[in-house]
Design a protein around this ligand. Sequence first.
Ligand SMILES: [Zn+2]
Ligand SMILES: [Zn+2]
Length: 215
Amino acid sequence: MGFDLSVLDEEKICPKCRERMSCCEAPPIHVGDGLGWGSEILFICLNDACPTFLNGWDQIERKYGHHASYRYMELPGSKEGNFMMVGNSDAFKACVINRDTLKEQNERFAREKEAVEGLKTCLEEKNIDPVMTLLLDEAANVNARKTAITYLIQLNDTACIDPLRNHKFRDTAFEHEINVAIKAILKANFKKECPYCMEIIKAQAKKCLHCKEDL
Ligand SMILES: [Zn+2]
Ligand SMILES: [Zn+2]
């Protein structure tokens, strides 16, 4: 969705009932609707006890002779009141946007963008952060994550192993590539993982320093 993100922080109170208005996705424009509302987001009072909604049934019955009512609506960034005609109390309730989810998605996307940018300089800066951000983000771009794996091996930092081992990878083929990378990093650092406790130990160790198991 391409709307202005400041909408995610806007709060509106219905002047008719003093209840918080819902942030809704604007309905798709149909032929005959003119230009629509010019906004992808509408703030609509979905309170069934709102006087606008309660009184609307009678008003529309008298005026137009059909069964419908109104919901009070404002556009983002505007205090101007509008009235949307609705045929029942459920109208628009399915269009309510979960702004917390949307905010999280936007924040995740911003982190991914920053990490993709950081990939360009991570090798010279010896900075593993963008690589790890992408590898641990299941929603990040697949090609960026594949690039991150190759950089992971080149950065050759055993600190990456624990977070990667603790992460649940959704794609088993990707998880396999991660495992191959971890093996390469361990080998390049003359290390191995203890098969009993998974702690990183010297490659030539005969006894694990952590769990004391014989290897
Ligand atoms: Zn209201
Ligand atoms: Zn061990």
